[in-house]
Ligand binder design. Structure first.
Ligand code: ADP
Length: 834
């Protein structure tokens, strides 16, 4: 059991992990909030700046429109003339009423509250409405300059003694159209009511907001004077003053020339974000601002969401880690339980082993005294437990092995373990062989020895039986007259007996490297391999065959072979065992017998054919002889007819004689009665005579017979049997005539190596190659259309062969079908007897 299993794992790493992850989640949430805040602030600032720009543009536009109102009036010549005339005719009521109604139309259609018309001496000449009849002190200061310059102006927002609310005036100097610039004869003063257009324009805000507002102000001395209403002050606060020196006040910042959007504290002392602008062409400054608090209010929702996400994340993580920890603890206690169970099982297991083991298990101390013995030990040694405990181990040894005990124990001491066989003794004195495996062990620091031993009486007996059986087998194998061989799965020789070695001519050492295939005749290899596969596949129980083997000296023998497969207990092929009997002699006898049988059958067949032929060959001339002989007896037969009949009878008799001669010759040859009649003859003479004998054939068949002699007349005197020689030649020439349709026939001889080599050459049908070897056999005829046309017995060539050999030579032929044949034979060239 590993030490890590003793206590459950501490949760600290998980807690630290939890804190790291939680802190990371909070920090990430915080930074996310900060980025949201920054974005919102930037957006608000941009919005404020854009609104301020818009307002400034609108104010400028509004002022421009007012000045153009003034310029319009200033340029309206008929109208100006009316004003100018009025100065001269103040009593002209009609004129006065016209002018007043035109002034009314200004107040009604534009944002002008009241209108005055004054002369160049600042006397009020006309007014509308009735209550406003006085020039305010603010304008009084400006009027001389206006009269002097003649330009239309819009005044600053102001209050005066006469008008106590903030307003502005449009001053329009009027000139006689014909006069020069300086001649301003009067001024139209239009009081602009800012509440009508200007203030709504400034105070409007494009989106709904609780705190946003626009402030318009100018500077008077060291003070900022607010010119429009402020939404956060009761009563509007127009005209409220603040010191220019208050640096946090956005208005002060604007006055100090700061032209951007920034943080500040407004007139209420509340932090705001404000955009500040100067309104060009006027003494005014404009501020658009919003409370910071309002901006943050919109973030509160987001903060809520972020907080929920962070809390959920931390909770999930916490739950997950808690689950992990719980799981770890469950695994730990489960593992601990299983380990304890294993331990218990192990202890029980060892108890059982000890109690029921088939082996004798002993524990003995350093003095070799037995301290523990199992049931088997008690059974085997026949001592009871109390007797065996305390007994010294050497006391268990038999007398004959007692001497060795010192050595055995020393080896155990030295090596720490030892395995050996010895003989032990039981209580009753009987002994038994035992196999001991002993080991030194240390228990709580004290040295002990443990031995596991086994009574091996049975095994020894079995070994002995096996040894005897092996010896028997070896003897049978070695000394068997049968050839025996054992091969592996690959048919490689493992063991061969001496009969086998002798049969193949190899030594056993030479055979060990070889496979069965090596000395099997190639024709048997494929069938052998197939049968071995079938044997392995258990398709056949045994493989028996008669096959040829190649001996070391190259000779071939026949063996009756039986191959058996030896399998292990699982049925897998392990070895092959082959027994071979040399049956070469039997095979040879069989072959000879078959050859003899075939020959006899052939001979029988040939003889039948011969009898058939002979009877035909004999009957034909005999019929002619008999027929024509009886005709000779017919009365009134003519002389020439008689001659013809006699000629036929004579020819038929000659033919019959030749057949009978052939048969007699053959009978003589076969019975060994042919005798040679050797004498000196002139070969050339003999051949010439022969050639002449065939002159009638030359004429009747139109095929010339050419004789070629190569010896001089003198040298042509030779010593031989001329009858046999001439018979050979005449047989060959007769055949040549029989099988030649056109061309020529030549015959003759040449002297070669002490032999006369005769030849008979024709240009006839020839003999097919597969028949050439057999035409010299008795009764053999080539079975063809042509040979069937001619008579014959198939004996001529065999007689030639027998005679040529009798004369001391040999005969052969060469032939090409449809081109012709050459028959050759030799006889020794002998000049005289001996
Ligand atoms: P046969 O009496 O039938 O002629 P042979 O022994 O003389 O008997 O000849 C055997 C056979 O050999 C013939 O039947 C013939 O078929 C063949 N033979 C012999 N001589 C010739 C030849 N010159 N040309 C072709 N075939 C020949």
């Amino acid at each position: 059991m590993s030490s890590s299993m003793k206590t459950p794992a501490k949760p600290w790493p998980l807690i630290v992990l939890f804190f790291i992850f939680s802190t990371s989640a909070i920090v990430a949430g915080f930074f996310y909030y900060r980025s949201l805040e920054k974005n919102l602030m930037n957006e608000t600032m941009e919005q404020l700046s854009a609104i301020a720009d818009l307002k400034v543009r609108q104010i400028i536009q509004w002022r421009r429109e007012r000045i153009s109102d003034g310029n319009y009036l200033k340029g309206n010549i008929p109208h100006i003339r009316q004003f100018s005339r009025f100065l001269a005719e103040e009593q002209n009521r009609q004129l006065k009423n016209d002018l007043i109604s035109s002034l009314i139309s200004y107040t009604e259609n534009y944002d002008y509250g009241s209108i005055l018309f004054i002369d160049r001496y600042l006397n009020v000449k006309l007014f509308y409405p009735d209550q406003d009849t006085i020039i305010g002190d603010h304008i009084q200061v400006l009027l001389p300059d206006v009269i002097k310059k003649g330009d239309v102006i819009v005044t600053d927002l102001h209050v005066s003694g006469e008008v106590d609310f903030y307003h502005l005036d449009l001053l329009i100097p009027l000139k006689e159209p014909e006069e020069t610039d300086t001649n301003v004869f009067g001024v139209v003063i239009m009081r602009i009511d800012p509440d009508k257009l200007l203030f709504p324009l400034i105070e409007s805000w494009p989106v709904s907001s609780k705190t946003a507002e626009t402030l318009l102000f100018h500077v008077e001395g060291n003070e900022i004077v607010y010119l429009n209403r402020q939404r956060h002050l009761e009563g509007g606060g127009i005209g409220m003053r603040m010191p220019v020196t208050d640096n946090k006040l956005p208005s002060s910042m604007a006055v100090q020339g700061i032209n951007k959007t920034t943080n500040g504290v407004d007139y209420r002392g509340i932090p705001v974000v404000a955009a500040m602008k100067k309104v060009p062409g006027t003494p005014w400054y404009l501020i658009t601002k919003i409370d910071r608090e309002e901006i943050y209010t919109s973030l509160i929702d987001k903060i809520g969401q972020i907080a929920i996400i962070i809390i959920l994340t931390i909770l999930t993580l916490g739950l997950f880690l808690a689950f992990l920890w719980w799981n770890q603890r469950v695994r730990f206690y489960k593992g601990k339980y299983e380990a304890e169970l294993e331990q218990l099982a192990l202890v029980k297991h060892f108890d059982y082993i000890l109690k029921y083991a088939n082996d004798i298990i002993l524990l003995f101390d350093k003095d070799y005294r037995i301290v523990s013995a199992n049931d088997r030990a008690i059974d085997t040694y026949q001592y009871n437990r109390s007797e065996i405990i305390g007994k010294k181990v050497p006391e268990l040894r038999s007398a004959e092995t007692a001497a060795r005990i010192r050595e055995d124990l020393e080896e155990l001491e030295r090596m720490g373990y030892s395995t050996f066989d010895t003989i032990h003794r039981k209580k009753d004195g009987s002994t038994f062989p035992i196999e001991i495996s002993a080991r030194k062990v240390e228990i709580e620091g004290v040295k002990y020895y443990q031995s596991i031993s086994r009574d091996i009486s049975e095994r020894k007996k079995a070994e002995e039986t096996l040894r005897e059986s092996e010896e028997r087998f070896r003897k049978i194998f070695e000394e068997s007259p049968f050839s025996m061989v054992m091969t592996g799965k690959d048919m490689g020789i493992i063991k061969a007996n001496s009969s086998f070695c002798k049969m193949l001519g190899y030594s056993e050492e030479e055979l060990l490297g070889l496979t069965f295939k090596y000395f099997t005749h190639p024709e048997h290899i494929a069938p052998d391999e197939l049968s071995i596969l079938r044997l392995v596949a258990q398709e056949i129980p045994i493989y028996h065959t008669e096959k040829r083997y190649l001996r070391k000296d190259g000779s071939v023998i026949w063996g009756s072979t039986t191959i058996n497969i030896i399998r292990n207990t699982k049925g897998e092929a392990q070895l092959f065992f082959a027994m071979i009997e040399d049956i070469t002699a039997r095979k040879k006898a069989e072959e000879d017998l078959i050859a003899a049988k075939e020959k006899a059958e052939e001979s029988d067949r040939l003889k039948t054919a011969f009898l058939h032929n002979v009877s035909h060959e004999i009957r034909t001339p005999m019929n002619a002889i008999l027929g024509f002989s009886s005709l000779l007896n017919e009365p009134g037969i003519q002389e020439n007819e008689r001659k013809q009949f006699v000629e036929v009878i004579s020819q038929s008799s000659t033919q019959l004689l030749s057949i009978i001669n052939d048969i007699v010759d053959l009978a003589s040859i076969e019975s060994g009665q042919v005798r040679l009649n050797i004498q000196t003859i002139n070969l050339n003479d003999e051949l010439r005579k022969l050639s002449e004998q065939f002159s009638y054939k030359q004429k009747s068949q139109g095929i010339s017979l050419i004789l070629e002699t190569s010896l001089t007349e003198k040298n042509a005197d030779i010593f031989t049997d001329s009858t046999k020689l001439i018979q050979i030649l005449s047989n060959l020439i007769n055949n040549a005539y029989k099988f030649t349709g056109k061309g020529k026939i030549s015959f003759g001889y040449n002297l070669k190596d002490g032999f006369l080599e005769f030849f008979v050459r024709d240009t006839g049908v020839g003999i097919p190659p597969d028949h050439q070897g057999r035409v010299f056999d008795r009764f053999y005829q080539v079975d063809s259309d042509i040979s069937r046309q001619y008579s014959g017995t198939g004996l001529g060539l065999s007689i030639c062969k027998a005679y040529a050999e009798l004369l001391g030579g040999r005969i052969w032929l060469s032939s090409v079908p449809n081109e012709g044949s050459i028959f050759n034979f030799t006889i020794p060239y002998k000049k005289k007897e001996g």
